[in-house]
Design a protein around this ligand. Structure first.
Ligand code: AHM
Ligand code: MG
Length: 346
């Protein structure tokens, strides 16, 4: 039996102690998110048993209002964050506008964005889903927080992370000091440090993309994906394909094993499908902190200046050499069409 473990609370506090000027507010905010994750994990585990699945608005056998899990997850996160005095405003995939802190509670210095239950269509088939979160320091000078507090480029994030509700529940986060992974021990209800300082391989073994969109992509993306399969003279070794259709699970596998995830623009989703602020940016922060990288195909995700809460972006993320290969290929194909020459990224 283990007699010494590192809980997420101890780890977060130890990290913050390195900064004498730190007030502990960010530590507590991360801990609030970990609490929400435990509540969501418990609901997901019980989903089949208590018949929580179903359409929001339906009543269960007790006559209680049934909530879809994504509605439940959204309300849980809001309720864990809105009364603490640490947050000034929130943004969620499930809410059209920014979410103010209720007037009876104090506001704090952080703005939090989240996708409460990403990949939620996977719940119906008992596959992995996740929660993604992103934290910024407040920039508005007065009042109780506004949309300007969430419309910040990813490079301004002070923390980001995700929770994966898979065969076990994992929380992975960064505050800009590396990426650290914790596994929920359900017997004691604590997230325990399981993967400190995650470093993703420079070159991956997997590529993850919804290839049913192949004919909807432009030529540069098609050529790059062919290249990932080894279909390019003097190109890379063929990679193995893995695609769950749940960003957190696809990203997590590639983070640990090495690989690249792509959700490019296509002729139906011309700006990409995934959301910049609470899907792409937090994952990009984690990718870079684990020595990987993230682009929209060409440009660094963390440099994109958002203009709206639910803005979409193409996303190419994962092992550094693979992401560079895709950018080089897209550029080369574009240059071939225009007659220009290009310098490689790496
Ligand atoms: P969601 O936010 O509606 O759950 O959609 C996001 C999900 C991601 O988890 C996943 O990477 C992607 O959509 C899969 O899309 P597709 O089914 O088009 O491959
Ligand atoms: Mg989502």
């Amino acid at each position: 039996m283990q007699t010494s473990v590192t809980t997420i609370e101890r780890f977060i506090v130890d990290q913050e102690h390195r900064y004498p000027e730190a007030t502990g507010e960010l530590s507590n905010l991360l801990y609030d998110i970990a609490l929400a994750a435990k509540l969501i994990a418990a609901a997901i585990r019980r989903a089949g048993l208590v018949n929580i699945l179903g359409t929001a608005g339906h009543r269960n056998v007790q006559g209680e209002e049934q909530q879809k899990l994504d509605v439940f997850a959204n309300e849980t996160i809001k309720n864990c964050l809105n009364h603490t005095g640490r947050v000034c405003v929130m943004g969620s995939e499930e809410d059209e506008d920014v979410i103010p802190v209720p007037p009876e509670y104090p506001v704090g210095k952080y703005a939090v964005l989240f996708d409460p239950l990403d990949g939620s269509s996977n719940i119906d088939v008992n596959s992995a889903v996740g929660t993604i979160f992103s934290i910024y320091r407040r920039v508005s000078m007065e009042g109780r927080g506004t949309v300007t507090d969430v419309l910040q480029p990813g490079c301004k994030q002070v923390a980001a992370g995700y929770v994966m509700y898979g065969s076990s529940t994992m929380l992975v986060y960064t505050t800009g000091q590396g990426v650290h992974g914790f596994t929920l021990d359900p017997t004691i209800g604590e997230f325990l440090l399981s993967q400190p300082k995650i470093v993703t391989p420079r070159l991956g073994q997997y590529y993850s993309v919804n290839e049913s969109n192949f004919w909807r992509w432009d030529k540069g993306v098609q050529t790059a994906v062919r290249g990932l399969k080894g279909d390019m003279p003097d190109g890379m070794q063929p990679k193995n394909s893995r695609y769950i259709g749940s960003l957190v699970a696809d990203f997590h596998r590639n983070l640990i094993a090495g690989g690249i995830f792509l959700y490019p623009a296509d002729n139906r989703n011309t700006g990409g499908k995934l959301r910049l602020l609470y899907e792409a940016s937090p994952m990009a922060f984690i990718a870079e902190q684990s020595e990987g990288s993230a682009t929209d195909g060409i440009n660094r995700i963390l440099d994109i200046m958002p203009t709206s809460l639910h803005q979409r972006t193409p996303l190419v993320i994962g092992s550094r050499e693979d992401v560079g290969f895709v950018a080089d290929t897209i550029r080369r194909v574009a240059a071939r069409n225009s007659g220009a020459t290009v310098q490689p990224t790496l």
